[in-house]
Ligand binder design. Structure first.
Ligand SMILES: Cc1cc2nc3c(=O)[nH]c(=O)nc-3n(C[C@H](O)[C@H](O)[C@H](O)COP(=O)(O)O)c2cc1C
Length: 350
């Protein structure tokens, strides 16, 4: 059914199409999908001590203002990450700022953390009880004087309602944000976050989202900083500001972050490197180009404990979770496993 309406949706500018998707989810215009594999023991797992029905999450950026997380749970997502949310409302970059590269099954975006601000979003979450596991992804305002303070402000606002908080240091669309990948800067930031958690007497799990464009030499350094600062998860990865050479669409040189199929193997390779470096001590959420059972399977084999997706849903439609589960089920049954977690990290060279 989605393939029929996709060509109509793709006639719209990508950001308009996205806003329409949010409205449709908000007002329940998207019918509940039949899912033969609901509650299949093959996919059951836990995320930071809480049971989830499957390890497939909605990545940050789709539901930036926490408007439709319950509708996303109803579509089958095992967990949903909302945001990135900044302390103050901000418009983001001038439009157009999202580009659809159909030939490449990719998107490029330079939204720049457009969101309604933390106070507005917390009110919304407080008045809409979540029916699943909710991650809240936080970041600094563009013009803030102190970026660390901004993360702390958001932590203060969200720690009581989130199941985990993601520290986003990897958007390519906020100038110099990626400098937080530097060992010393990351260590300082995470120490401040730990300290604030102690002040708040909070045990909220902290997750860090990294860029796919980091150098090999940075992986062990970043892993060590995560391990020494009580970080519970790492999301590998955000969008890429390189990886443009082999693209076909004429918009390939638009400034922004590339997502979807062209970053699939780049992110899988990085997941495997983090898996080796972290040795199972910190959970890995694998993101980048997941759009099928096979692509999810590769991420688990490389070492992801969970996966997330965004661009895959743009190209495959709202039924994507049940499609992935159906395809993944066949692959897992061939391996004769009882639960997907048995294959995590089983391929040593991705
Ligand atoms: C339009 C768009 C907006 C995004 N906004 C955010 C964001 O606000 N915060 C964030 O951490 N990641 C954001 N992302 C990155 C996704 O969460 C994800 O890491 C990336 O797109 C790779 O996954 P995918 O190939 O499944 O889309 C965004 C991605 C897209 C396509």
């Amino acid at each position: 059914m989605f393939s029929n309406i996709r060509s109509l949706i793709f006639k719209l500018d990508p950001e308009t199409a996205h806003n329409l998707a949010i409205k449709s989810l908000k007002f329940n215009f998207i019918p509940n999908m039949p899912d033969e594999n609901k509650d299949d023991p093959l996919f059951k797992t836990e995320l930071f001590g809480k049971k989830i029905e499957n390890p497939i999450g909605m990545a940050a950026g789709f539901d930036k203002n926490a408007e439709v997380y319950n509708s996303l749970f109803k579509l089958g997502f095992g967990f949903v990450e909302v945001g990135t949310i900044t302390p103050l409302k901000q418009y983001g970059n001038p439009k157009p700022r999202v580009f659809r590269l159909v030939e490449d099954e990719a998107l490029i975006n330079r939204l720049g953390f457009n969101n309604l601000g933390a106070e507005n979003v917390i009110n919304r979450i407080n008045s809409n009880r979540k029916i699943g596991i909710l991650g809240i992804n936080i970041g600094p305002n563009k013009d803030t004087e102190n970026r660390t303070e901004d993360y702390l402000k958001c932590l203060n606002i969200f720690y009581q309602v989130a199941d985990y908080i993601t520290i986003n240091i990897s958007s390519p669309n906020t100038e110099n944000l990626r400098k937080f990948h530097d060992q010393k800067q990351l260590d300082d930031l995470l120490k401040n976050i730990e300290k604030e958690k102690k002040n708040l007497d909070s045990k909220i799990p902290i997750v860090v989202k990294v860029s796919p464009d980091i150098k090999n030499s940075e992986i062990d350094e970043i892993s060590n900083v995560l391990l020494s600062n009580n970080v519970k998860g790492v999301i590998v990865s955000n969008t890429s500001d390189s990886t443009r050479e082999s693209l076909n669409n004429i918009q390939k040189h638009q400034k922004g972050g590339l997502s979807g199929k062209p970053i699939k193997s780049k992110s899988t390779i990085l997941i495997n490197k983090f898996f080796k470096s972290l040795q199972g001590k910190i959970k890995i959420i694998g993101v980048g180009g997941v759009d099928s059972g096979a692509s999810a399977y590769e991420k688990f084999l490389a070492g992801a404990n969970y996966i997330q997706l965004y661009t895959g849903m743009v190209y495959r439609g709202p039924n994507i979770v049940s499609m992935i589960k159906k395809e993944l089920r066949e692959l897992l049954l061939k391996d004769d496993v009882k639960n997907f977690s048995e294959i995590i990290g089983k391929k040593t060279n991705t």
